[in-house]
Ligand binder design. Structure first.
Ligand code: ADP
Ligand code: GN1
Ligand code: MG
Length: 376
């Protein structure tokens, strides 16, 4: 968490007043994890002295061109999950995301400086990890995202809007990079030829999953689409996964990109923006825990999906490497950055991880096929 200025505190206070929260505002803080939204915690004290925490978020309108359609999706998904957890899973013990209502019964409010804001319950006694420390954490995170897939598997696709078109269309991400390479708008191409060459050598891989989906062989499902490790809250004491968060990108998609984002973010011991590439690794025990966790959490995968889980990992990592490099070449207009070359550093770790996956692809595939056959 970062230090919070007087101005930020004022924004937190004024915005949180717009929502149906009991008690009086005490203080607030900004959370600096996450590359997209602005996220804050507001503390409110109730009449009995209890202090409760709430999450306030301003939706990034540069990334989400239609924030209200994001809110419609988030409302539909949180309601469906809350219903299913209680009525189908018969589990009232856990914490789920809930949206607090605002004026007019809306699920959002306009902030003092504009923008669309929403308010969630704070998931208590939990934290998120940027890097997995052990196989238990990897298993738990993957099981949570697998269960998420399972929970939304009976939502009608037509109830969910495509808020970012072609979000995980890897060939389109590739083509966009090539356009930016050709235009070189801020003159950064000269330093990244090796990265561009690495990606160009893998052009033929990019369309594998999109083609199978277009042919109707892979099912298009309601998917999370941003299943990075720090989008699942884990219990601070037991490391049990408690709640999947960051539902903005829930859209029609492929389960394989969701599993893939776990491989991308939970197999390497290095941070996403590590500058020492020798630290990047695809740790087989972590991958095994991810495959076991995801398959334990999710019963609905078809044999062809299972057969392509490893490809999902490789392509998601390549795709995010492409996106970071594109943003670097465009002058850092999409992802939040903290330093010069931040997106380039991020892209390099992703491309190095692609290499590591390629080196162990056969063993990874062998493990998935073995574990899929075992009863789980
Ligand atoms: P972004 O799209 O910017 O990644 P997230 O929704 O992932 O935004 O939120 C950023 C961070 O804020 C998360 O990684 C998590 O640490 C924290 N956070 C978000 N929602 C909650 C919540 N309901 N309870 C507790 N912490 C949360
Ligand atoms: C962003 O919002 P956050 O930080 O969880 C991005 C993902 C990328 C990820 C890379 C809406 O996720 O697609 O994979 O950064 N979210 C959006 O770390 O673009
Ligand atoms: Mg996030």
């Amino acid at each position: 968490m970062s230090t919070t200025t007087e101005n930020t505190l004022n924004i937190i206070k004024r915005t949180s007043h717009e929502f149906a929260i009991a008690g009086e505002f005490v203080d607030g803080i900004e959370i600096d994890s996450g590359h997209i939204n602005n996220t804050y915690v507001a503390n409110y004290q109730r009449a009995n002295g209890d202090v409760r925490r709430y999450i306030l978020q301003r939706i990034n309108e540069h990334v989400f061109k239609d924030p209200l359609s994001v809110m419609r999706n988030v409302e539909a998904v949180t309601r469906h999950i809350n219903w299913k957890v209680l009525r189908v899973k018969k589990d009232a013990s856990g914490q789920t995301l809930n949206i607090y209502p605002a004026r007019g019964g809306r699920s959002y409010a306009e902030g003092p400086n504009g923008g669309i804001w929403r308010c969630y319950n704070f998931i208590e006694n939990c934290h998120t990890y940027d890097v997995v420390e052990n196989t238990r954490q990897a298993y738990q995170a993957a099981k949570a995202f697998g269960s998420f897939q399972d929970l939304v598997s009976d939502m009608p696709l037509e109830d969910i809007e495509e808020t970012i078109p072609d979000f995980h269309n890897t060939p389109k991400r590739y083509n966009r990079l090539m356009e930016v390479v050709a235009a070189d708008p801020v003159g950064r191409l000269k330093d990244v030829q090796a990265e561009v060459d690495f990606i160009v050598a893998r052009e033929h891989l990019c369309n594998k999953l999109v083609k199978l989906a277009e042919a109707g062989e892979l099912p298009v499902r309601v998917t999370h689409n941003d299943t990075k490790l720090n989008n699942v809250m884990m219990d601070s004491e037991s490391d049990e996964a408690v709640c999947v968060i960051d539902l903005d990108t829930v859209m029609p998609g492929l389960s394989l990109y969701d599993f893939g984002d776990l491989v991308r973010t939970a197999t390497s011991p290095a941070e996403e923006d590590e500058t020492d590439l020798s630290k990047v690794e695809m740790r087989m025990p972590m991958f095994e825990a991810l495959a076991e966790g995801y398959l334990d959490g999710c019963d609905c995968l078809t044999p062809l999906e299972i057969e392509n889980l490893v490809t999902g990992g490789k392509l998601m990592t390549l795709e995010v490497g492409i996106r970071f490099l594109t943003d670097h070449l465009e002058g850092d207009v999409y992802f939040k950055t903290d330093r010069e070359g931040h997106n380039l550093d991020r892209s390099r770790t992703q491309l190095r991880l692609v290499e590591c996956i390629e080196e162990q692809e056969e063993a990874m595939q062998g493990f998935v096929m073995k574990v899929a056959k075992a009863p789980h």
